[in-house]
Design a protein around this ligand. Sequence first.
Ligand SMILES: *Cc1c(COP(=O)(O)O)cnc(C)c1O
Length: 227
Amino acid sequence: MISDNIKRLEEKILNKCSSLGRDRNDIKLIGVTKTQPIEIIRQAVDAGLKDIGENKAQELKEKYEKLTNGIKWHFIGHLQTNKVKYVIKAADFIHSVDSIKLAEEINKRAFQIGKRQNVLLEIKTSNEATKFGLVDEKEIFETAEYCVKSSNLNLIGLMTIAPFTDNTELIRKSFIQLRKLKEKLNDSGFHLTELSMGMSNDFEIAIEEGSTMLRIGTAIFGERINN
Ligand SMILES: *Cc1c(COP(=O)(O)O)cnc(C)c1O
């Protein structure tokens, strides 16, 4: 069933890409496996999924230690500074940098293990979706600048969570805001390539608005028991 779900999703992504003239290869499909057991992740990987996303530091660490074969791990949840140590080895990408303080800690830990950490800034583009994420533009620019001048950070893009609503125009507004912010940063000298946006309910709108990283849980793995 997981492989069927991935196939079905893959078809939708492909259709959307071809209707827009976008290259499917410009979009990473990240399977969000929070609360799912190792066995389920194995099935997804066997079905061709290469990118796996987790939102809890300890959970990522435990799963990474049991399953390292060729998986790219994405940390997508809120990250407390004191938990960076759990994710620094495992995470190929950290999507949720939302303060200079957190960026500093990631840079420090990455330096200690001789790694250049891929990071994205989490931007709060709606009031209801999440408590976390940068809002103030000055703060966003300062955090981006901090990342760029830190030798063990590699700032590649921006991430957001759209509001949980049936109102597609509100969702689209959120994605447009993220895309415009990336353009604005790049206009002033940054070189961001990634937009991490789009979940099970809104990934097609996200693709329309330029997403390069889709974070999909329930459409692949079904409803979560908790979380
Ligand atoms: C859980 C989660 C997702 C996946 O959500 P679905 O609606 O299950 O696709 C994506 N991004 C983040 C940050 C999440 O926590």
